[in-house]
Design a protein around this ligand. Structure first.
Ligand SMILES: *Cc1c(COP(=O)(O)O)cnc(C)c1O
Length: 351
């Protein structure tokens, strides 16, 4: 049967209301792409693949959680959803709310949201409100609003978001025949690492497959879970993980330790280098999405991780198209040449 999206595919494994109608855009079922060149860069001798979540309908993994959160809100009769967002949650909430015929309100930190995300939220018809504060401020505000008014909160504090996001772990187990040995992913508000661990544990109980070790990676300027305390003014080029007080921080730390993994920090330079490396294998992701690989490189290069013979998966959470400005700012600029054959030959045959 044709693929039907994550709610219909995994309904028996999801803790959702009986009879809940699926608001879906056939999210999930994303490719697991082998990246042998990157494995070689890391010493070779192991199986390395990218779970490319940027290929979800709105360009990030957020759609997995949003299909469930918005379906559940609609099931309860909610007419409006609200979220705080560094960008991708906003675009996803806006799209699914539009599909459900609901109103979406998104609160974002002014000037800190990548162009493709902001454009998406507007295109899908959300009411976009910028505040002169951080993501963490925005989250406190939307929690207060949803407690006071009949407006459904669709941040990953909403447990239905995690129910949907577990599906990525199920897909990995099914594609690989078991969980990978290591899973590396970025950590921001920490809903995703929490959901993966829930999903792997659930699959493990059901099918007795192995459990992976999880490497969570924060940006060095926004690394509360590495430092062990909140960060008042988080700063990083990886705007999707520019979060100083992760809502699911405790669960994330538990996921890392229960899995015999860890949460580490990578610098913006290391994250950008990983973004380039992925692009050199044909996979263009936004900076935050490259954090998992940057952490893996760091651990292997420092000798703290031996991947020989292992199955390793890097979760690339969002598409590069979301954040085009970072490329024009950080990468080589296009050459400008006169429209003349000889001039073109000069630059093309240059070396
Ligand atoms: C939301 C997001 C993250 C962080 O996920 P959390 O669940 O908040 O930890 C990472 N990368 C991208 C592209 C995101 O949109």
């Amino acid at each position: 049967m044709a693929y039907q999206g994550i709610i219909e595919t995994y309904r028996p494994l999801l803790n959702i209301p009986e009879g809940m109608r699926a608001i879906s855009m056939l999210e999930g079922n994303t490719p697991l792409i082998p990246v042998p060149k990157i494995a070689d860069r890391l010493g070779g001798g192991f199986d390395l693949r990218v779970k490319f979540e940027g290929l979800n309908p709105t360009g990030s993994f957020k759609d997995r959680g949003m299909t469930v959160a918005v379906s559940e809100a609609a099931h309860r009769g909610a007419k409006t959803v609200i979220c705080a967002s560094t960008g991708n949650t906003a675009a996803s909430a806006a799209a699914y709310a539009a599909r459900a015929g609901m109103r979406a309100i998104v609160i974002i930190p002014a000037g800190k949201v990548a162009a493709g995300k902001l454009a998406g939220a507007i295109a899908y018809g959300a009411q976009v409100i910028q505040i002169d504060g951080s993501f963490d401020d925005a989250l406190s505000l939307v929690v207060a609003i949803s407690n006071k008014h009949p407006i459904a909160l669709v941040n990953s504090l909403n447990p239905f978001r995690l129910e949907g996001q577990k599906s990525a772990a199920f897909e990995l187990c099914e594609t690989l025949g078991s969980a990978p040995d290591w899973l590396a992913l970025p950590v921001g508000n920490a809903g995703n690492i929490t959901a993966y661990w829930m999903g792997f544990k659930q699959y493990h109980e059901k099918k007795k497959t192995v459990l992976p070790q999880i490497l969570g990676v924060q940006a060095a300027g926004a690394a509360p879970l590495v430092l062990g305390h909140p960060v008042e003014h988080p700063e990083t080029i990886a705007t999707a993980i520019r979060i100083g007080k992760p809502a699911r921080g405790e669960e994330a730390v538990t996921a890392a330790s229960e899995s015999h993994g860890r949460i580490i920090a990578a610098s913006d330079e290391e994250i950008l280098a990983a973004q380039k490396l992925l692009a050199s294998s044909g996979i263009w992701v936004e900076p935050a999405s490259a954090a998992g690989l940057s952490g893996l490189i760091k651990e292997v290069d420092s000798g703290s991780l031996n991947l020989s013979g292992k199955k390793v998966v890097i979760v690339c959470t969002g598409h590069g198209l979301k954040d085009p400005d970072i490329i024009t700012a950080q990468f080589t600029k296009p050459q400008v040449v006169k429209s003349e054959l000889a001039e073109l030959e000069k630059v093309i045959l240059h070396d």
